[in-house]
Design a protein around this ligand. Structure first.
Ligand code: GDD
Ligand code: MG
Length: 360
């Protein structure tokens, strides 16, 4: 039985203010902490033992997931004293692994929503006899990712993390953030110092002649590292476009958690999630958005492609489009906040004081 490591120690800076008090993998997507979807998908692929490599806000994971038995998993937690980077984090959990040196270990970035066939990746790894196998996907603009060119047989020929010059953009295949490592390769990463698996381990292995195998898979794939992507991913889970056994309820246009109160004439569309105890007042419209627990959307407000934090309040007739409202923030009536607007946790915006509109 293949075991897995989940990398969940990043600071999630691009998702601020949502990640000020909550690590990225614990921000709710489709009604449950995002990590739940990854754990449930790994379990469905036959993984039973998962080690979480934690660093930033490490203390919140274990109280929520415990020993993992609710998900049919055996979970362990290892916290870095100082962040060790992706490679250092992998090495740091090695003592918890049970696999023999030549056995495969799955490794996942903790912010990826994907329909990847995990078992197919392990099969590819076994049949090609690779030292490391990587899930690859194709994207239009690869610059924000690790570029991974391969030869005709899928063998990796280079690894270029976040290329800085146009000459380095040699492929549209990127590292999709899921790997199979032979256990012995994990043990060969230097211990007790920061290591980037992307900038150090992969290029080093290639230079030493190791066999890195790529598996291009064009299923659903999204890195939820930005607010826009996070909201999109949550909506796609609700709509059933992104597969997860952990969505609490039937897939459809909306997901309204048990204790939420939604006025009969409010319109919820496009994979909107309304969290526990949240309120949507009459005439409000919420499309493609995530409204976290206890938030209030007042009468006639229009919320689109936005994330409204826990306990936040959106005033009557206010328009949000592509905005992020931090936990507990208050946006008064008759405001207009559009693409990229971010309101910090607990902030207060008076009525009719902001009209931020790209078309003016
Ligand atoms: N434990 C631990 N310690 N985890 C970490 C640390 C650390 O010091 N640093 C990052 N992580 C975790 C993050 O929580 C995340 O789950 C994962 O490692 C990747 O970090 P990101 O910060 O999300 O990296 P990225 O999105 O810029 O790039 C990575 O993912 C891309 C695909 O989405 C790289 O792996 C790219 O090569 C890849 O294309
Ligand atoms: Mg990421």
């Amino acid at each position: 039985m293949t075991e897995a490591i989940l990398l969940v120690g990043g600071k999630g800076t691009r998702l601020r203010p949502l990640t000020m008090h909550t690590p990225k993998p614990m921000v709710p997507a489709a009604g449950v902490p995002f990590l739940t979807h990854q754990l449930a998908r790994a379990r469905a692929a036959g993984v039973e033992h998962i080690v979480l490599a934690t660093s930033y806000l490490a203390e919140v994971f274990e109280p929520y997931f415990g020993d993992g038995s609710a998900l049919g998993l055996h979970l362990e937690y290892v916290t870095e004293v100082e962040p060790l980077g992706t490679g250092g984090a992998i090495r740091n959990v090695a003592s918890r692994l049970r696999s023999a040196p030549d056995e495969p270990v799955l490794i996942f970035n903790g912010d990826i929503l994907t329909g990847l066939d995990i078992e197919a990746l392990v099969d590819t790894h076994r049949t090609t006899g690779a030292d490391v196998s990587l899930h690859l996907t194709r994207v239009e603009d690869p610059r924000a990712f690790g570029l991974v060119p391969t030869d005709a047989t899928g063998r990796v020929t280079a690894f270029l993390e976040k290329p800085q010059t146009p000459e380095e953009i040699v492929t549209d295949q990127i590292n999709a953030g899921a790997y199979v490592f032979n256990r012995s390769v994990i043990d060969s990463i230097p211990a007790d110092r920061p290591v980037s698996v992307e900038r150090e381990t992969f290029p080093g292995l290639l230079a030493a002649g190791a066999h890195l195998q790529g598996m291009v898979d064009s299923t659903y794939w999204l890195d939820l590292g930005t607010p826009q992507a996070f909201v999109r991913g949550s909506a796609d889970l609700v709509l059933g476009r992104a597969p997860s056994p952990a969505v609490p309820g039937r897939c459809g246009d909306r997901l309204v958690l048990d204790t939420a109160e939604v006025a009969p004439d409010a319109k919820l569309t496009g994979g909107t999630v309304i969290g526990a105890g949240a309120v949507v007042e009459p005439g409000a419209r919420v499309d493609g958005s995530t409204v976290l627990d206890g938030a209030v959307i007042e009468a006639g407000a229009q919320v689109r492609d936005s994330l409204v934090g826990a306990g936040a309040r959106i005033g009557a007739r206010t328009v949000l489009e592509g905005a992020v409202i931090g936990d507990g923030a208050f946006v008064g009536a008759d405001n207009e906040l559009r693409a990229g607007a971010r309101i910090w946790c607990g902030a207060r915006i008076d009525a009719a004081s902001i009209r931020f509109s790209s078309d003016q």
